[in-house]
Every structure is written in structure tokens, then in C-alpha cells.
Design a binder for this molecule. Structure first.
Ligand code: PEP
Length: 236
């Protein structure tokens, strides 16, 4: 069964997050949809959500500590309060805007792996690398696997070209197929595609070989659109 994930980034409040999750939960129940559906709200909107087992709420980020003096960060003490056991690691905005290095990402990965978290690990090349060709693109992605245990069972990988995130631009189906095929040779876990997925293109993207689901930002923030994309995901 294909997977669908929504990354809220810095959008939605506690109130609208709760409404979104409650609405999505009812939709899954009413339509008996069993696909794994992930939602990553902002840290301020995390809570104990009473939802079906296949609706999983995760954190967009957390530091690799239980607690301590790390201003602006949250640790596992805060995640445990809400029984959050799922984390996004390596998202391009954390790498390229917030400046997380591969070394820090590796610490984070190993910390959350040791605690058995479900990790959605994101990789993807910037435009200047894509423009130099497929060999360079793959080389860039392999470097993002440095220090990352690809044998970890509780792992999902998301291939998200940086230049496709939030831009409305997506790679050709052929390019997605090539990259996914190459990554799949290295992993047995699910592989998602992310980058400008929306209601109008999700069906085509899900039909590409080795695409096990999608990770969606802006296209998923309206709950009606998200539910439509869940429906399409369920039909595959
Ligand atoms: C993302 O945040 O992971 C993402 C893919 O964003 P968008 O769908 O807006 O491109």
C-alpha cells in the first residue's frame, strides 16, 4: 500500500492542526482507508491526537537530546509527552536554510534510530547539481547517505529535489524513475517522492515505478486537497 505524508512546515496553528487531523481521521474511518498517512505539524501544535493507527503524527524536527540547554529546540522529553515516535530528518529546508550539516544530521539520525523512531530521511540535489547531469545528481545523493544506516528497518526515504520543493517545478517522470531505481538498489524500505506534488499530478507520480508514496508540503495544507490525494493514493 502506498504512503502519503504531509509536511506543514511553518503553517497551521494548534487550532487548525487539530481540525485538520480530526477531519482526516474521520475521512480515513468513513472510507476504511488503511494506507499509512503521516502528518508533520509545527512543534507548537503537537499533542495527544486520538486517531486511527494508520494516521501517524510526527515531528518535523527535534534535537538529539532528551532535554537540556538547547534554546529553541525540543528533545525526546517533549516528544514523549505526546507519544511522538516519528521524525523527519534531513529535510532540504533544514539542510539549506537552517544550515544543518551532514555530520549533525548523522548524529540526529543515530540518536533517533537508537530509540527506534520511524525516520523519514530526506535527500535531494540542488538545481546547480541537477544541471550538471544524472551522475552528479546521484553522487550528491550518495553523499547524503554518508553516516546513515540504510539497513535500519524503521526507515522511509524521501527523494526531494531541492529545486522542486515549493516551486511548482517537478522532474520528468523519466528522471524520477531513474533516481528511484538507483536508490531502491540500496534500500529495501519504502521510497517516497516529494517536491510540488498536488492533486493534479499525484496520480501520475504514484504510477512511476519504485515510487512508494509521496511527501507533500504546500499542496497538502488544505484538508480537502489532502483528502483527495489520500483517496488517489488509496486507489493505487
Ligand atoms: C516538502 O516540504 O517536503 C515538500 C515537498 O514541499 P512542496 O510539496 O511544497 O514542494
Amino acid at each position: 500500500m502506498k504512503i502519503i505524508a504531509s509536511n506543514f512546515k511553518t503553517n497551521h496553528t494548534r487550532k487548525t492542526t487539530k481540525e485538520f487531523i480530526t477531519n482526516t481521521n474521520s475521512f480515513l474511518l468513513d472510507n476504511d482507508i488503511k494506507n499509512d498517512v503521516y502528518i508533520f505539524p509545527t512543534a507548537t501544535a503537537l499533542d495527544n491526537f486520538n486517531s486511527v493507527n494508520n494516521l501517524i503524527v510526527g515531528t518535523q524536527n527535534a534535537y538529539y537530546v532528551k532535554n537540556g540547554s538547547f534554546t529553541g529546540e525540543i528533545g525526546t522529553e517533549q516528544l514523549d509527552e505526546f507519544k511522538i515516535k516519528t521524525i523527519l530528518i534531513g529535510h532540504s529546508e533544514r539542510r539549506h536554510i537552517l544550515g544543518e550539516s551532514q555530520k549533525e544530521i548523522t548524529y540526529k539520525y543515530n540518536y533517533y534510530k537508537a530509540l527506534g523512531y520511524k525516520i523519514i530521511y530526506c535527500v535531494g540535489e540542488p538545481l546547480e547539481v541537477k544541471e550538471t547531469g544524472m551522475t552528479e545528481t546521484l553522487g550528491y545523493i550518495w553523499n547524503q547517505f554518508d553516516g546513515i544506516d540504510l539497513e535500519y528497518d524503521n526507515l522511509i526515504i524521501a527523494y526531494e529535489p531541492v529545486w522542486a520543493i515549493g516551486t511548482g517545478k517537478i522532474p520528468t517522470s523519466e528522471d524520477i524513475e531513474i533516481v528511484h531505481k538507483k536508490i531502491k538498489k540500496k534500500i529495501k524500505q519504502p521510497l517516497l517522492y516529494g517536491g510540488s506534488v498536488k492533486t493534479s499530478n499525484i496520480s501520475e507520480i504514484l504510477d512511476i515505478p519504485n515510487v512508494d508514496g509521496t511527501l507533500i508540503g504546500s499542496g497538502s495544507w488544505n484538508v480537502e486537497d489532502f483528502k483527495e490525494m489520500i483517496k488517489i493514493t488509496n486507489s493505487k
